[in-house]
Design a protein around this ligand. Structure first.
Ligand SMILES: [Zn+2]
Length: 130
């Protein structure tokens, strides 16, 4: 792994917090605590570009993403960057998957609110050191 990637990884690893509870058991979501896109996906700056944090998670753990593939979530939490909650799919897979799960809301509203609260708290925690 080259140094550029290593630095990105260090930066990446400081920007999420594990969310225990809900239906994720011992394999919790890694909730992105830095900037997010309006659709809830984490936003990561890399080499002058803003890319989806879940895509970065995939690349750091599995290598490059084939051009015709998307990184999808098994947990339906767009802010999650846990590599074991991610899989490669096509755009069609992603849509089918979402339809099957009923527009992608496996977690309850309460679960999302809890995640939001926790990630807000984590953000405060992260800022304290600056
Ligand atoms: Zn997850």
């Amino acid at each position: 792994m080259n140094n550029r990637i290593k630095l990105a990884e260090d930066r990446f690893n400081r920007k999420f917090t594990r969310i225990f509870g809900g239906d994720s058991g011992n394999n919790p979501c890694w909730e992105w605590t830095a900037g997010k896109f309006t659709d809830g996906y984490g936003c990561f700056h890399f080499e002058g570009k803003e890319i989806g944090a879940h895509r970065v998670a995939w690349m750091l753990h599995n290598g490059p993403i084939p051009e015709d593939r998307m990184v999808c979530h098994t947990c339906d939490n767009p802010g999650c960057v846990n590599p074991s909650h991610l899989f490669l799919g096509t755009a069609t897979d992603n849509n089918h998957d979402r339809d099957r799960k009923g527009r992608g809301h496996k977690h309850s509203r309460e679960h999302y609110q809890r995640i939001q609260k926790l990630s807000a708290a984590a953000r405060v925690e992260n800022n304290r050191g600056r």
